[in-house]
Ligand binder design. Structure first.
Ligand code: AMP
Length: 105
């Protein structure tokens, strides 16, 4: 079964899309925990960071470059947080990796 993020990427369910490029989409978190709360999501459905393999190196790096780019575009690049939750016991609810970007600016 596809993750909720795969459904968002496929436009099967609505979401506020902030940015998109070939392999990555950025959406607004539906339950923001900061003034700005975005999710940087690879289109490839990888359940958790523990499931990464060598071929995902570039994709993971790209996620951080997208974070940098979007933070600059939104003028929040003076201060923000980036984090991954890993596994149910690490607070991960959606089993499709995503980088949280949070800012109070
Ligand atoms: P995590 O706990 O790291 O798996 O984070 C999942 C995040 O996805 C949470 O912050 C949720 O609020 C967010 N979320 C869940 N469903 C949606 C959705 N349909 N659109 C946007 N964000 C969502």
């Amino acid at each position: 079964m596809s993750s909720i993020f795969t459904k968002i990427i496929a436009r099967e369910i609505p979401s506020e899309i902030v940015y998109e490029q070939e392999n990555i989409i950025v959406i607004k978190d539906i339950q923001p925990k900061a003034k700005t709360h975005l999710l940087i999501i690879p289109k490839k459905e990888i359940p958790t960071i523990n499931d990464l393999d060598e071929s995902d190196r570039e994709l993971i790096a790209e996620m951080f470059f997208v974070a940098k780019k979007v933070a600059k575009q939104l003028h929040i690049d003076q201060g923000y947080q980036l984090h991954f939750n890993v596994g149910k016991k690490g607070g991960q609810e959606v089993m499709h990796i995503h980088l949280h970007l949070l800012s109070e600016i």
